[in-house]
Design a protein around this ligand. Sequence first.
Ligand SMILES: Nc1nc2c(c(=O)[nH]1)N[C@H]1C(S)=C(S)[C@@H](COP(=O)(O)O)O[C@H]1N2
Ligand SMILES: [Mo]
Length: 421
Amino acid sequence: MTKTPESESSYDRRRLDQWLAGEARADGADRRDLLRLLAAAGLASAVPLGLSAPAVSAAAGPGIVKPLPPERFIIHGTNAETRFEALAETGHTTPVSHFFVRNHTTTPRVDAKTWRLTVWGDGLTGKARTFSLADLKRLPSVTRTAFVECAGNGRNFYTTQQHQPASGTAWTLGAIGTARWRGARLADVLRLAGLSHRAVDVMPRGLDDEYLTSTGTNYGRVRRPMPVSKALDDVLLAYEMNGAPLPPDHGYPVRVLAPSWIGISSIKWVGDIEVSATPLYSPWNTDLYRLFGEAYPAEGSAPLTRQTLKSAFELPWNVTLPAHRRHRLTGRAWSAAGAITRVEVSTDGGGTWRRARLHDPSYRGTWTRWSVPWTPDRTGPAELLSRASDSSGRTQPETTVHNTQGYLFDAVVRHAVTVAA
Ligand SMILES: Nc1nc2c(c(=O)[nH]1)N[C@H]1C(S)=C(S)[C@@H](COP(=O)(O)O)O[C@H]1N2
Ligand SMILES: [Mo]
């Protein structure tokens, strides 16, 4: 991020004022505008707007294409959380077979041959431009290891540790995965499309189905604006994950990858990107992905940007461990603000702490594996705690200030185990 916190919040303030004054584009209108614009440019037939179809019709599953064996995944509605203990059998990067899936609806099947990315809007100097997959692959490619983590990762601990319920998917800590992404720079594509100096916002939109809330409101296609500063900084249009084409569930053929930002910024199955000279709004930066609650202003916090700091044990919940044996406790720690500098572990519920060994060189926006030996001598229930610190000077706190939608949980998690004779 190149902006200071002050400029980001005043920028956001201005966007919010425009929104409240009705100056922003209303929900739903943008799609009509797009169609009109594309028709004018003679492009309508090239844009697969109506293309998404449910991936799974017969099976009443979560609408995810890849296998979701119960030893690796916990199903939450249309989403699949990775069991953290299953990561123990993986390396630094998370194979597709273990990578969590967060879908608002179902995985669409997109044909890469007819797929086009349309870049359009009044933040361009000229007409809309379309790009095929081959066009993107002809651009210089960037390979980058980064996690994608849902803003709601850890949400369940607001309830279980802090007794403060929060709405949304009850993720424990497995709504994260780290992969090696390869793709074109969004900055290059925007410049080729004729980015105007007046552009302020960039809004990628997915080709998956429109999202209906539980109360029946149609939020339209999944989309969320980001400031041009982020779009030009380090965002990729990724077409490879861990050295292979993106799998269907993770955005085939192309997804946005916004390193260190909350998962919703990394739009999968991207079909078009609006570039705007005025701030853009979607439900994903107004109702959703802001902090609401007692500690926050009535209109909510600024839209969330970066992820936070966390750590987790690669152990099943309530696992039984034999006493008087040396165990190697392993886990991972990650931060969106800097490198992981230290992980401390407590095996006595937070009374005493020891430093864990770190196993990976650490970078902002990736995770680091860690380990610590433990020989329990007392039988019965125990709580294992891990506490990470990063190079920005932060350490995981004991509690996280509550917000109604349970985003950005970063407190130390008390991992329950049982020591048996
Ligand atoms: N088009 C589209 N993009 C999307 C989503 C979605 O439902 N549709 N979910 C978002 C959310 S909330 C998260 S956390 C990440 C999850 O990425 P993954 O499923 O590849 O793990 O994708 C984001 N991109
Ligand atoms: Mo998410």
